[in-house]
Design a protein around this ligand. Sequence first.
Ligand SMILES: NC(=O)CC[C@H](N)C(=O)O
Length: 240
Amino acid sequence: MKLTIGHLYPDLLNLYGDRGNIACLMKRCIWRGIEAETIEFNTGDQIDFSKLDIVLLGGGSDREQAIVCKSLLEIQSEFKDYVEDGGVVIAVCGGYQLLGKYYKTDAGMIEGLNLVDIYTEQEEGRLIDNIVLDSELVDMPIVGFENHGGRTYLNGNKPFGKVLYGAGNDGKSGYEGVVYKNVIGTYLHGPLLPKNPQVSDYLIRKALERKYGGEVILTPLDDSQEKEANDYIYHRFVKE
Ligand SMILES: NC(=O)CC[C@H](N)C(=O)O
């Protein structure tokens, strides 16, 4: 079996080491004998979504988001078809915000991909902290850090998780991120996937099931170090 990962606009959406999510997905496939390849797409590159199994959009400052949104709008309809066909996407922070209808900033409106019916508006002050979630997608708490000025509103879509510590989508709703079909949008940097191996495996499983059919049971890996770190953070910030 083989998975191809598309890393979109690493030249612009590259905040806080989000490319570490790619390295984690690659390794957790290769360690299981699943062939894995990553293709980077920069502004102006043609993207054939039919060749991709997982797509990553990383974080970015408002300035980079305004630049990259022009390229994203050029691929909007193919990207939409990929998502509606169950294509797997992991979008972090700025990348997450660009999945929605728009991101309204103090400097102006950034048009989004409109792949998920959400929207983001900048409000006073930044939401910066460690963050811990409880998500029904996995049984371990999900840990990371957030740093965003935008507040994202879900319009009734399913959240990625319930906030146990931190701000989340808007610092008020008590929820973080979004799940739509096989798309996860989240504010969690860390990077997210190395810190949360079960989320990484969730994405790999969904991509393999879409590509090869049937139910995929992944060979377990030794995640004891991640679990130990995860437990520490959970007890440090949630169960003090
Ligand atoms: N960390 C990020 O990707 C930031 C996203 C966006 N520029 C915001 O400030 O909300």
